[in-house]
Design a protein around this ligand. Sequence first.
Ligand SMILES: C[S@@+](CC[C@H](N)C(=O)[O-])C[C@H]1O[C@@H](n2cnc3c(N)ncnc32)[C@H](O)[C@@H]1O
Length: 235
Amino acid sequence: MDTQLGNRFKERAIREMFARIAPCYDLVNRLMSWGQDNRWRRVAVSLACPGRGRVLDAATGTGDMALELARHTDSVVGLDLCQEMLSRGQTKTEKKGLRSSVDFIMGDALALPFGDNSFDCALNGFALRNVADISLFLAEQRRVVKPGGRVVCLELVRPASGLVGTFYRFYLNRMVPVLGRWLSGDGKAYQYLPDSVGCFLSVADLQKMMKDVGFHQVGYRSLNLGTIAVHVGVK
Ligand SMILES: C[S@@+](CC[C@H](N)C(=O)[O-])C[C@H]1O[C@@H](n2cnc3c(N)ncnc32)[C@H](O)[C@@H]1O
């Protein structure tokens, strides 16, 4: 199967999965992260240093990162390929009175519908494991960010060894699928979560990939006892 066709298949499966879990996505995130997920997004936003300007939240989902960004910058674009996830984001933005600062757009983050150098920075949260081509996803964000702008990636990372790793693996592999099935009624989606973390890149691999894509000053900050990482690269 050629790569483009493979990507289309993965994108379709991912879009259908997120469409199914969209109604309970935020609740499950809050419970599974023990109420910490928005704190991690705040760290990602602080590392992006958006200031005033136009910021992209790629694979925005239900828009939690976009909402956090809207408190710190003039204009936010949240892009995702799943309309059911975006609609939740739109509703939340309206309720919070931030409608004028956030635009939600349905689109493919692997072929961003924006010109080169059109954003001051770009972020993505819990997206890397879910895109069909990580390098292309990073390269597209690098393309649309202005020279000197940052791209910030917040993601769960492969469990470390040692006691924390053992507990984390147990939580992720045994408890998350059960909890996810119970809360969302979709066991398959929440079995996919530990599977996708288990085969995801290490922090060092991701750092190398960002450098290969052309970012400089690439670094990362570990959160939650090393189970979450925020990678930053500069165009
Ligand atoms: C785990 S959710 C993360 C949502 C959000 N960023 C957050 O912080 O909760 C992953 C999202 O990636 C989106 N996605 C996957 N591939 C995509 C692509 N090629 N273009 C746009 N969105 C994509 C999915 O539709 C889903 O909403």
